[in-house]
Design a protein around this ligand. Sequence first.
Ligand code: AMP
Ligand code: ZN
Length: 118
Amino acid sequence: MCLFCKIVNKEIPANIIAENDDFLAFHDINPKAPVHILAIPKCHVDSFIEVTAETMAGMTTFMQEVAKTVKIDKSGYRVITNIGENGGQEVKHLHFHILGGTKLAWGHFSDSDPKNNL
Ligand code: AMP
Ligand code: ZN
């Protein structure tokens, strides 16, 4: 069973913010912003590549509610999902990073010159 499935099953503790039958949101253990939450589907999905539009519909509403709960909906925030090897995905259970609580930087994402890929 993967790490986030264990969190869903309460086999590993997490600082949970919101939960319903299908989704769970908890604080990232290694926050990269003042607010750094992970939102996941309870049913295991490897990554965004496999997720259905139906799950994404529920996920969208859930993440909007989470942002309101932690009061970053007015100030703004960022939603990120890392996908696979090049995306830098470490945990192979679909998760969305919800980052906020400050003005977020928009930095470089690659060591190589992006113009070379145009
Ligand atoms: P990613 O690199 O997109 O796969 O992100 C995985 C995220 O999971 C990282 O930001 C980690 O800090 C976070 N993480 C790993 N283990 C835990 C845990 N036990 N509880 C909360 N967050 C975790
Ligand atoms: Zn899982």
